[in-house]
Design a protein around this ligand. Structure first.
Ligand SMILES: Nc1nc2c(ncn2[C@@H]2O[C@H](COP(=O)(O)OP(=O)(O)O)[C@@H](O)[C@H]2O)c(=O)[nH]1
Ligand SMILES: [Mg+2]
Length: 446
């Protein structure tokens, strides 16, 4: 689809509804012609902003800025005109309609980036990193994607593998095409080494990408029996009164989640109903959900009432969660404390007096930090890249089965798949389909 449209002029509103300025991007051969029709201007200089009027027939419908870039020195590598109009609502959408009426077509998702890649303004890995810069809601993915988009992209290291796979690809093709003429046998030991190195390089990036995904999805769950102070702690950690705090046990019957921020980290924090035996059906549902949360949480905060001896329910919670990353918290340390050897080393807090909370927050952040990706290692920011990487790893495993056999056609098939796969991963896309898959997931107007 993207390829069928490369001679068209595309247009999209690049700012979201509600913005005070709407930026309408127009890219393609007719960009300046359209801009001329709308504004009456005939000469648009490179990298220059002009204050213009936009006419609909005789009527002035807008006074705005237009910024123009001449091909190939623009984001897309084509002629580009950007209209900075008032708002990104009705006014912008009517100006969009005028642009469309004068010869542009609405851009597809990611089509500006697609054209930038096609015109060698950036490679596809940089485009993916840039799209992550735009969509990231987390300081870590922002930092890592900025690095990949604006500095040297660490994924470039995969380029080193390409000539070696190309060598085996050429050799295997020759053996298949001219079985009698090729004297050199394929050096399977050398090929095995290449598989090993490629596997290591790709697996490392994949592991780092998984670490980033886990970090972005980090989920902390507060668990404990009713009335120990879970909701009080939740409210303190998110710094506002969201969960209901009550003297009556069993008040939090469902669960509430909010974003927790501390020291540059962020995570989803969930306050749960307890895990005790339910006294009503509604409560039973809440407890069932808590049990699921126990499974899903990356970090569990187990809250106990330090002023009371642990009971069977507390001990059951300790037992059930012993295999999960967890922090033990003794709340209500403003009361005289009971003897609870099972809680030795637990963090002592008082939600009522705000004691011990800093220590708890430090411990939470230490746990999140353990999941930090390596900032100097490459990252796959898109699901497409991760899937591709996994496919290549699988194909290398399959190829290993045929090494040293005379099944040269099968060997060639896998070498060819791996060779093309690594080229795709390194940003040198090998088929039109791949472009569609990647850019279809981008933002509109980018
Ligand atoms: N003295 C004291 N009371 C607390 C403390 N934390 C919570 N509470 C009280 O314990 C009761 C239950 O608290 P809540 O947060 O609703 O517990 P949950 O059922 O575990 O969510 C409420 O009356 C709170 O005011 C604390 O540190 N000290
Ligand atoms: Mg509660």
């Amino acid at each position: 689809m993207y390829f069928d449209r490369i001679n068209t002029t595309i247009c999209a509103l690049a700012t979201a509804k509600g913005s005070s300025i709407g930026i309408i991007r127009v890219s393609g051969k007719k960009a300046f012609e359209i801009a001329g029709k709308l504004t009456g201007k005939t000469n648009f200089e490179h990298k220059k902003a002009d204050f213009v009027k936009i006419f609909d027939g005789e009527k002035v419908v807008e006074k705005c800025l237009i910024l123009t870039f001449h091909a190939p020195f623009s984001f897309t590598g084509e002629d580009v005109a950007e209209f900075h109009v008032h708002g990104a609502a009705e006014n912008a959408s009517e100006i969009m309609k005028l642009i469309l009426k004068n010869g542009a077509i609405p851009a597809l998702k990611g089509e500006f980036s697609f054209r930038a890649v096609l015109n060698s303004k950036m490679n596809v890995d940089e485009a993916i990193a840039l799209n992550t810069v735009i969509t990231s809601e987390n300081p870590f993915s922002t930092e890592l994607s900025r690095k990949a988009a604006f500095e040297k992209n660490p994924l470039e290291k995969l380029n080193d593998l390409i000539p070696q796979w190309e060598y085996f690809h050429t050799l295997a093709t020759a053996v298949v095409d001219f079985p009698d003429q090729v004297s050199t046998d394929i050096d399977f030991e050398k090929l095995k080494d290449l598989i090993k190195r490629s596997n290591l390089d790709i697996s490392k990036v994949l592991a780092n990408s998984e670490a980033l995904s886990r970090l972005l999805d980090y989920h902390i769950v507060i668990l404990g029996k009713p009335n120990v102070g879970k909701s009080s702690l939740f409210n303190i950690l998110i710094e506002r009164d969201r969960a209901i705090v009550a003297d009556l046990p069993g008040t939090t019957r469902d669960y509430i989640s909010e974003t927790f921020y501390a020291k540059g980290f962020q995570a989803l924090l969930t306050d749960s109903a307890g895990l005790r035996i339910a006294s009503s059906e509604v409560e039973a549902k809440g407890i069932e959900k808590s049990r699921n949360l126990l499974e899903k949480g990356d970090l569990l905060i187990l809250v106990f009432d330090g002023s009371k001896p642990l009971d069977l329910e507390d001990l059951e919670l300790l037992r059930e969660t012993c295999m999960k990353p967890r922090l033990l918290v003794k709340n209500k340390c403003d009361f005289a404390q009971a003897e609870n050897p099972e809680l030795d080393g637990a963090i002592e807090i008082s939600c009522k007096e705000g004691r011990g909370i800093d220590v708890l927050i430090d411990k939470i952040c230490e746990n999140i930090e353990k999941n930090m990706p390596d900032k100097n290692e490459a990252i796959f920011f898109s699901d497409w890249q991760k899937k591709k990487a996994e496919e290549i790893l699988d194909k290398m495993e399959e190829l290993k089965v045929y090494l040293n056999s005379d099944q040269i056609e099968i060997i060639l098939f896998f070498i060819s798949e791996i060779f093309n796969g690594i080229r795709d991963l390194a940003g040198d896309l090998t088929s039109h389909d791949v472009y569609e898959q990647i850019f279809g997931g981008f933002c509109l107007g980018k």
